[in-house]
Write a protein that binds this ligand. Structure first.
Ligand SMILES: C[S@@+](CC[C@H](N)C(=O)[O-])C[C@H]1O[C@@H](n2cnc3c(N)ncnc32)[C@H](O)[C@@H]1O
Length: 340
């Protein structure tokens, strides 16, 4: 009996992961934000009929309704919950996407390809590294206007896929509580039928500037920020090297923006393994002087201020100042050292 219950629970958990059944049931309403309202005007909501193709228990429809932006709508899900079965029709929309809708608002299923293969879960045949990108592609191929809740990291990777690059209209980094079950950093990506001069970026209701504009602040770092291969300078730079003379606290603490370079002695007390990502020692081919440390930390602070951290990896959980904890990845760190 006990093992039956256990295997049922395991099966349910597996189903939940495969279909990414994590509902947007938190208190925050991203559709109340000015950036979404501006996009909704473009998409002619609530006049135009709306599609929610991955609706779960219809939380997004309720959130739209509560800000007066829900008109006629249809909602589908591969596994609608019993409570929502009147509003949400059962359908595999990845296989059979609903036709005849111009506007789509959704939170598609998220599942990383590597996590699916580690757990032996099904993953569709596609070019993407995450199921949400595959789902988003279906939405964009079928609807002129699409707004989707996606991992915040989307803003660092969208430019690698032509359809996303051509249609992204605006992007909001959201720090409110959207989910009950996960604290994953999340963003709201809004798409229109035509390419924009620049993609408007926001943190909640605060405009941060245009995507291109922010990148142009950083001519030296542009390539690294675009995740292109690093500049190929032939210089020694080895991360997680126990004999490295440069130290790096690469992850913000829980209070504030605290990423900084330092002398290796400062981090010697911490355990640094080959796969350390938060604290490291770096082997470089020159002396770590006081002047070098000041300069590199000033450049880092300047980059963070000018780009509002939008290009740094967001970490689960907010800092005490209400911002996402950020991590400086080795690619960008390498580029900073190179630049300084
Ligand atoms: C992250 S949840 C979001 C649910 C809802 N949009 C929300 O924001 O609360 C993703 C939903 O996609 C559904 N889903 C996954 N694969 C699907 C498919 N092939 N066709 C239709 N729905 C699917 C899951 O059942 C799940 O309810």
């Amino acid at each position: 009996m006990l093992s039956d219950a256990r295997s049922l629970r395991r099966e349910q958990e597996e189903q939940k992961r495969t279909h990414g059944c994590y509902y947007t049931a938190g208190a925050t309403n991203p559709f109340a934000l000015g950036a979404f309202r501006a996009w909704a005007r473009l998409a002619d909501l609530p006049q135009r009929r709306l599609l929610e193709p991955f609706a779960g228990q219809a939380d997004l429809l309720r959130k739209l309704d509560s800000v007066g932006l829900l008109g006629a709508s249809r909602a589908f899900d591969i596994a609608p919950t019993a409570e929502a079965s009147k509003e949400v029709k059962k359908r595999d929309t990845l296989q059979d996407f609903p036709q005849g809708f111009d506007v789509c608002v959704t939170n598609p299923p998220w599942l990383a390809r590597n996590s699916a293969s580690l757990r032996g879960l099904c993953f569709p045949v596609c070019v993407h590294d995450d199921l949400y990108k595959h789902a988003l592609e279906q939405c964009l191929q079928n609807c002129a206007y699409v707004a989707a809740l996606v991992p915040e990291s989307f803003i660092r990777s969208f430019s690698r896929f032509a359809l996303f690059r051509a249609r992204l209209h605006s992007f909001v980094s959201l720090t409110g509580a959207l989910f009950d079950e996960t604290a994953h950093p999340v963003g709201l990506a809004m798409f229109s039928p035509r390419p924009q001069n620049d993609i408007a970026l926001y943190r909640n209701d605060v405009p941060l500037g245009g995507y291109g504009e922010l990148q142009n602040c950083l001519p030296l770092l542009r390539k690294a920020l675009l995740s292109k291969p690093l500049l190929s300078k032939k210089r020694v730079m080895r991360f997680n090297d126990p004999h490295g003379e440069l130290g790096l606290f690469a992850l913000d603490n829980t209070k504030e923006a605290s990423i900084r370079f330092c002398r290796a002695e400062e981090v010697r007390g911490y355990e640094i393994g080959v796969s350390s990502r938060a604290i490291t020692t770096i082997k470089i081919d020159h002396e770590v002087t006081k002047k070098f440390l000041k300069k590199i930390n000033d450049v880092l602070d300047d980059v963070r201020k000018k780009t509002h951290d939008i290009f740094l990896t967001a970490y689960r959980g907010l800092r005490a100042d209400g911002m996402y904890r950020r991590r400086l990845d080795w690619g960008l760190a390498k580029h900073l050292i190179d630049a300084v």
